[in-house]
Design a protein around this ligand. Sequence first.
Ligand code: BG6
Length: 486
Amino acid sequence: MAFPEKFLWGGATAANQYEGGFKEGGKGISTLDAITGGSAKTPRMVTYKNVLGEYESCESGKSLPDGAIGAIDESRYYPSHIATDFYHHYKEDIALFAEMGFKCFRMSVSWSRICPNGTDQINEEGLQFYDCVIDELLQYGIEPVITINHYDTPMYLADRFDGWSDRRLIDYYLFLCEILFNRYRDKVKYWMTFNEINYMHQWGKNGVHNMDEQHKYQAAHHVFVASAKAVKLGHQINPDFKIGMMIAYIPAYPLSSRPEDVMEAMEFSREQEFYIDVQARGYYPPFKLKEFERKGIHIEKGSEDDNIIANGTVDFIGFSYYMSTVCAKDKNRLTYTDGNQLLAAKNPYLKTSDWGWTIDPEGLRISLCQLYERYHMPLFIVENGMGAEDTLEHDGTICDDYRISYLREHIAAMKKAVELDGVELMGYTPWGCIDLVSAGTGEMKKRYGFIYVDKDDNGNGTLERRKKKSFDWYKNVITTNGENIE
Ligand code: BG6
């Protein structure tokens, strides 16, 4: 059998895209509550009040003007406010996950549900919601896998401190970690400190208003220190905790065998490896320090920071895998296509999804080998999938063969990595195991789930849940521990 007996099959979600209940149970407002919907062609917008107190918006991913205060404009629609309403459907959803045989469930907590301002105030009602969810999972023998921060920052921290640009966020984040680690010490074993750490400075999602390189890397440094401190704290509270990092991993191929194209692909990979090096090896890699020197980027560090980072390395590397990309020195030789929070380049040998993301199952095996051979650390595929539009037939069925085929090929590739390459893989949690709001476009029609949720891009729908064809297929994959993927 390729996969170990305790292999963690499951599914993945994030509070800001799934939970809803954005103002319920004492929750404070988070940065992601102020991001509108969009589409493949129109960007999501961040709404705020300008210095005159007027509502304005700017494209998510751009710097906010000076003095902007994140704000919810009641005249606009925000898909994540209800999302697909895990807040009120968690029992029903967890029962469905259990029916599929999930061994684990990846979810994130909403920081502002637990600490409404992100500072020292604790919202007991918010914690009680997570108590119920975690107990419900455990009742079915499903291991919770918790992402402590999946892109959302309490708005107060974004406005008052300019998010992670400010070092004080480290302590606020640790305050949250301490609450979680103590409260769930005997209930949750698997944690990840930050989602897609290599992208979290984008979009102002984490409340960093100014997104020039100096600010981004300074914010990243604070995140590294926060993560390392969290790892240490977690291990003190329970030495059995497995605390991982999480990165969006995209393997990059050179467009040709020209050495300069190969170097270009290497540079692309380095930008990802930088984040893993710091968190898994415990130091800033030399290539990044040289880049900082060249660009005049100066990272303000505390005297203990290097030590903290060295002593807070993670137990595993979690990563999302959706696609690969292509690199060339001469950019004119590339054709661009959409991708996971970046404009990627088209590979002439590979197809793309309806949203333009390159489909590359073999790239998953390549990624697993690259990561394992570089870091010799257990890996966890915590996101994978293909966003696709589903058709609800008259008889209520959803025949998502395209999803089955995408996942089947990726599982086959991951099986090879385990069986043939000896990669130590802990588990697999396909993204959006139940339909949720797309992070990139804010759409509902870009679906990933095994479970369909009746809701459209304008917020209409009953939120009724329905099993798609892939539901039984995945159930069978789990039952046979990945032996039968047909
Ligand atoms: C990852 C994120 O980037 O990709 C998720 O961690 C996101 O939050 C997922 O939803 C898929 O991207 P999208 O844009 O299709 O939702």
